[in-house]
Unconditional design. Structure first.
Length: 149
């Protein structure tokens, strides 16, 4: 991860040290973005970057077979500028989806074993610890996606 100046420092020098202008960004997205900023004409037509720290991603994107599909003009601009449809990101999304599915299968299995072990408190305690660990991993996977996700 790198730190991106959301509003490029070459165009917005007064924001170079503004905390609200600093965003986490993967190195590749940061390279694609560089000093890119929508032109006045693009802004007039509703094109801009989706601001991950402000905008609701669900409002701007949907996923169809793990492919990020823009719902809005800002999303179209962002997907195009950052190349969010690149193969490496699709591969990463597939890996996350696969991991999520495996965790859900394990959670279901744990619930079935737990239901059968209602008499043994030590076993129930161990099962509950494993279940909590898996839920924690699932929560990480289900956290709001970043532009890199």
């Amino acid at each position: 991860m790198t730190i991106d100046h959301f509003r490029p420092k070459s165009l917005f020098p007064r924001l170079v040290a503004s905390y609200s202008n600093l965003h986490y960004c993967c190195n590749e997205c940061n390279t694609y973005k560089a000093d890119r900023w929508p032109s006045d004409a693009e802004l007039t037509n509703g094109y801009r970057f989706v601001e991950a720290c402000v905008d609701d991603p669900d409002e701007h994107y949907e996923f169809v077979d793990l492919v990020m599909k823009p719902r809005t003009r800002p999303a179209e601009f962002t997907v195009s500028a950052l190349r969010l449809d690149r193969p490496a990101l699709l591969s990463r999304r597939r890996a996350i989806a696969s991991r999520r599915t495996k965790i859900l299968v394990l959670l279901d299995r744990i619930d079935r074993v737990r239901a059968a072990a209602v008499e043994d408190l030590d076993v129930l305690h161990d099962i509950d610890e494993v279940r909590a660990d898996l839920l924690s991993q699932l929560q990480i996977l289900d956290s709001p996606p970043t532009l890199e996700s």
